[in-house]
Design a protein around this ligand. Structure first.
Ligand code: S3P
Length: 172
């Protein structure tokens, strides 16, 4: 069993890197937000709006638990908040699990997220001038959980291919 789990703040490239890594390793690609959307038959944005964040966090925890006890192998990208709720960070260190924190600086995250706020309920309505400070505080709070991952890879200024190659050297 080989479970590779990518985590990190919104906009750090978890899904893009996970897809590429899945191609390289031949493992199936899975994205936790996609699975939630399929199960709920609804977008993340709408789940937050209609049912609320607590409901979303319950489903997120239930699906991550299900995946981590299954005998399946995969490359899984988490949502940015996944490790920070319901003790999910404890699911990142079991046997057969390689968890990787894709670590980005505040300015790199700002540059990426300012273009892509709309589908992310936590920042969709935020003014651009408030975004950088929000990321700084939020990342500070969340770093405790992100750093529970088995490995950390710095992603600033690197292409997805370079990040994937670095991850592969960690996993051999
Ligand atoms: C969230 C990040 C999102 C998604 C949800 C909540 C968060 O995933 O799970 O909007 O709490 O940071 P991405 O990191 O893929 O944007």
């Amino acid at each position: 069993m080989n479970k590779i789990i990518l985590l990190g703040y919104m906009g750090c490239g978890k899904s893009t890197i996970a897809k590429l890594l899945a191609q390289e390793t031949g493992l199936p690609f899975m994205d936790l937000d996609d699975i939630i959307e399929q199960r709920e038959n609804n977008s993340i944005k709408s789940i937050f709006e209609v049912k609320g964040e607590i409901y979303f966090r319950k489903i997120e925890h239930a699906i991550l638990t299900e995946l981590s006890v299954s005998s399946e192998s995969f490359v899984l990208s988490l949502g940015g908040g996944t490790p920070c709720y319901a003790n999910n960070h404890e699911l990142l260190i079991g046997s057969g699990i390689s968890s990787i924190y894709l670590k980005a600086s505040i300015s790199e995250l700002y540059d990426r997220l300012v273009q892509n706020k709309a589908k992310r309920p936590l920042i969709a309505a935020m003014k651009n001038e408030d975004l950088e400070e929000f990321i700084a505080k939020h990342l500070f709070e969340r770093s405790f959980f992100y750093t529970k991952a088995k490995y950390t890879v710095h992603i600033d200024g690197k292409s997805p291919q370079t990040v994937v190659a670095e991850i592969e050297t960690l996993l051999v």
